[in-house]
Design a binder for this molecule. Structure first.
Ligand code: ARG
Length: 459
């Protein structure tokens, strides 16, 4: 049989494989609520403008509510032959209310319809990402507050570099996740314009009111150019780009949790709620959630690259290529939100082993820079000479199998005669972090100031 929506021009229906490659209903059924919402706004506008009768608009409105409850009740007859969510809903509406259903598509096309539905969906996901990031930021902030002055090793190249505080490390992620949040907020502002009423591509000759539908759907305004409205998916690309950057941050924190919870580090312990065991090795507590979060960037970035690749080189306006936008964004959004929720849960439930952190902070010659700085400050050495003297002392301690504070004053003076016993003050990790008073530095006072600024901003 030929198609009910455009059968006038066709003698036969599609090949089965044509139907399989063409249909999107298996995934775009997720847009049903947005589709029905958009149709209701469109029908109300058509009636308000005198394009359809109030009676027809009322029948459409009621019918759409019936269709909505059928879908939500799980007894909607989805049909692959009807291609997508838009035609499934409209065909069912026809069955439910008859003739007035055919008037709904006046001054509209599936091109502006799908662009509208998808924008509404992505907007909801941006809101969800913003809320999830907010929860994660608060979890990191609570950890930072608890351990504003707990010293731990700061690393470069994953080699001990200088002592920092746990609070400082957590606040670094607060900064990153806050930027991620603002990226979603920015993207949301730009995407919040309505494509509805652009029709197929050129606009319409009917006296529509696009401002009315824009307002009804919570958009700030109608999109200004009908060609642009149906052609672009930059809102989805911005969502995916923001998601990718956020997923990179999540992946780095996840990697740190994996390392820190290992037997060799024991900086943190994941609660039972966020660990799995092994079916063969009874001692195991595996950080599976962290590992999966670490991996999510793979599919999220994959989705981003996929949609960029779909969109590049497409001539204006709509091409069916653009139907490939949805699965990528659905998958990326689902996985980002899951990863954000899991990370917030893990961070909230994390047990931090303060003693282990401090012991690790004191090992690995972590205060060598403080020693060199002392030589500059107290003995007037140029920094490069101080660096050399300190390097000699580190080599001496390494040969002795001890840390810098374990060297005797005599041993130190044999390398540089200007050294006196006050040097031992700067070799302790607490003094080291306390001295890093520069704005944004790791001194507990500075960390507490960072925390206070964020608490104010989040209040
Ligand atoms: N299922 C289609 C999509 O996702 C809807 C738009 C179809 N428009 C068209 N002119 N064939 O893009």
């Amino acid at each position: 049989a030929s198609n009910a929506m455009w059968g006038g021009r066709f003698a036969s229906g599609p090949d089965a494989i044509m139907e399989a490659i063409n249909a999107s209903i298996s995934f775009d059924k997720r847009l049903y609520a947005q589709d029905i919402r958009g149709s209701r706004a469109h029908a109300a506008m058509l009636a308000a403008q005198g394009i359809i009768s109030n009676k027809d608009a009322e029948a459409i409105r009621e019918g759409l509510l019936t269709v909505l409850s059928e879908i939500e009740g799980g007894n909607f007859p989805f049909s692959t032959a009807l291609e997508d969510i838009h035609m499934n809903v409209e065909a069912r509406l026809k069955e439910v209310i008859g003739e007035p259903a055919g008037r709904l598509h006046t001054a509209r096309s599936r091109n502006d319809q799908v662009a509208t539905d998808f924008r509404l969906w992505v907007r909801d996901q941006a809101d969800a990402a913003i809320a999830s990031l907010d929860a994660l930021i608060r979890a990191c902030l609570a950890q930072a507050e608890a351990g504003a002055d707990w010293v731990m090793p700061g690393f470069t190249h994953l080699q001990t570099a200088q002592p920092v505080t746990w609070g400082h490390h957590m606040m670094a992620y607060v900064e990153m996740f806050a930027r991620d949040k603002s990226r979603f907020e920015d993207a949301r502002k730009r995407m919040n314009e309505s494509p509805l009423g652009a029709a197929a591509l050129a606009g319409t000759g009917f006296p529509t009111d696009r401002f009315m539908t824009a307002e009804a759907l919570g958009f700030d305004r109608p999109m200004a150019n009908s060609l642009d409205a149906v052609s672009d998916r930059d809102f989805a690309l911005e969502f995916l780009s923001s998601a990718s950057i956020c997923a990179v941050h999540l992946s780095r924190l996840a990697e740190e949790l994996v390392i820190w919870s290992s037997a060799q580090f024991r900086f943190v312990a994941m609660s039972d709620k966020w660990s799995t065991g092994s079916s063969i090795m009874p001692q195991k507590r595996n950080p599976d959630a962290a590992e999966l979060i670490r991996a999510k960037i793979g599919r999220i970035l994959g989705a981003t690259v996929a949609l960029f690749t779909v969109m590049k080189g497409l001539p204006l306006a709509y091409s069916k290529d653009m139907q490939e936008d949805k699965e990528q964004v659905f998958d990326a959004a689902d996985n980002l939100l899951l990863a954000l929720a899991a990370m917030a849960g893990m961070i909230s439930d994390l047990t931090v082993n303060r003693d282990k952190l401090e012991a690790a902070a004191a090992s690995g010659f972590s205060t060598a820079t403080d020693l060199a700085d002392w030589l500059v400050r107290e003995a007037g050495l140029p920094f490069r000479d101080a660096h050399h003297v300190t390097g000699t002392l580190v080599a001496m301690a390494e040969a002795k199998g001890c840390d810098l504070p374990d060297l005797t004053l005599e041993e130190m003076q044999s390398v540089n005669g200007a050294i006196n016993s006050s040097i031992f003050d700067v070799l302790g990790v607490h003094n080291s972090v306390a001295s890093r008073q520069s704005y944004g530095g790791t001194a507990p006072d500075q960390v507490r100031a960072q925390i206070a600024r964020w608490k104010e901003r989040l209040a």
